[in-house]
Design a protein around this ligand. Structure first.
Ligand code: PMP
Length: 407
């Protein structure tokens, strides 16, 4: 019998969402979930996605047949060009393989599963993940039998990157470790390395023969510029690294529930690279078949239209600017209000951090007080989803923060 099955705790983030939903206070604020909201705190269907949906709805040739095991080929190849750049040496030299996945989570999982099966490493070697990181990372790896350990990332005293800690930790890790890196807009901190820092990180990874595994959930969402947000990955590819990428279209196309994503494996430049990538693709296909048989079609079809049509693509870029622009304006509004209130502490990190989240520095006690006294919902680590702020609630939030910081 299954009497020994222990009761697992509910997922903290989804628990927070449920608590927010149940709250009847009219000025309640949801800063928990990492999903874009418009200035009225409502989910936003990107106008370009609406257009793509109507094209799909009127296409007499579409049906509900299975996609191929590796997904919709025109979608996965466009996704590779989007993240690696269309002139990427890896694409030109045919040493990339791409598999459509269940959004970014599925891509991280497929990559983890592939590494668990094929990455040559000593038994006790651990996947290196940043401290802190997206809460799902450690369990995705442990579920496929890969233990993880952390490298320093966030420095609470500067509310910025602990660059020295990061580098020395990668230096002292066992040679040939898997290193998970957030490609841009680090979740939960909103703190990214500078280009110079990325170059140094690449150097250490090369020296130590580590394997870089990029998780990219916010391309175009972070800076509003798709190329800029892919810079680190493209730099590593140009430097000739063997690497993999988990790519999500949840945030940048607002396709959260449609689960559109892609996993890319890039082989290093070598005369045998094409043979190598073929072998890797064949194994990924077997893993995919046993896990999901074939990926879901709807979100991939939308992304496929947007990525492969010049006009739709241009409109997408405008939609991305609107989302990232609104978030940046909320950073300014929140920062300025805290300064105006004279709230104790330095709040410049709110302006410096990028992407969906800000790591405010509020402690657990303050977070709980915000929830109990002001009906404001954020995760215990003090992370706020910037997209939950808008012109109607940012002052209310700043005033509540001011109060708990002074208490
Ligand atoms: N990685 C990171 C760092 C994320 O923040 C997210 C989204 N929260 C994901 C991966 C994957 O999300 P999804 O499966 O919805 O694409």
């Amino acid at each position: 019998s299954f009497d020994a099955v222990p009761l697992a705790p509910t997922d903290p983030l989804f628990g927070l969402m449920a608590a927010y939903k149940a709250d009847t206070f009219d000025r309640k604020v949801d800063l928990g979930v990492g999903a874009y909201r418009d200035d009225n705190a409502k989910p936003w269907i990107l106008p370009v996605v609406k257009k793509a949906e109507s094209i799909l709805a009127n296409d007499p040739n579409l049906n509900h047949e299975y996609l191929p095991i590796a997904g919709l080929p025109t979608f996965t190849s466009a996704a590779a060009r989007l993240i690696l750049g269309s002139d990427s040496p890896a694409i030109v030299e045919n040493r990339v393989t791409s598999v459509q996945t269940i959004s970014g989570t599925g891509a991280v999982h497929l990559g983890a599963l592939f590494l668990a099966k094929f990455f040559p490493r000593p038994q006790d070697q651990k996947v290196l993940i940043s401290n802190p990181t997206w809460a799902n990372h450690p369990q995705i790896f442990s579920n496929v039998g890969l233990a993880s350990t952390t490298y320093p990332y966030f420095d609470p005293s500067t509310k910025g990157l602990d660059f020295d800690g990061l580098c020395s930790s990668l230096e002292s890790a066992p040679e040939g470790s898997v290193v998970l890196l957030h490609a841009c807009a680090h979740n939960p901190t909103g703190v990214d390395p500078t280009k110079e820092q990325w170059k140094r990180i690449a150097e250490v990874i090369r020296q130590k023969k580590h394997f870089p595994f990029f998780d990219c959930a916010y391309q175009g969402f972070a800076s509003g510029d798709l190329d800029n947000d892919a810079w680190a990955i493209r730099y590593f590819v140009e430097e000739g690294f063997e690497l993999c990428v988990a790519q999500s279209f949840a945030k940048n196309l607002g396709l959260y529930g449609e689960r559109a994503g892609c996993f890319h494996f890039v082989s290093p430049p070598s005369p045998n690279a094409q043979d190598g990538i073929k072998r890797i693709a064949s194994q990924l296909a077997i893993l995919q078949r046993s896990e999901i048989s074939n990926p879901p079609a709807y979100g991939a079809r939308i992304a496929n239209l947007v990525l492969n049509d010049g006009k739709l693509f241009a409109e997408w870029c405008e939609n991305l600017s609107e989302m990232s622009g609104r978030i940046k304006s909320m950073r300014t509004a929140l920062h300025d209000k805290l300064v105006e209130l004279g709230t104790p502490g330095d709040w410049s990190h709110i302006l410096k951090q990028i992407g969906m989240f800000s790591f405010t520095g509020l402690n657990e006690k303050q977070v709980l007080k915000l929830r109990e006294e002001s009906h404001i919902y954020l995760t215990k680590n003090g992370r706020i989803s910037m997209a939950g702020l808008n012109t109607h609630n940012v002052e209310y939030f700043a005033t509540a923060v001011d109060k708990v910081v002074r208490e």
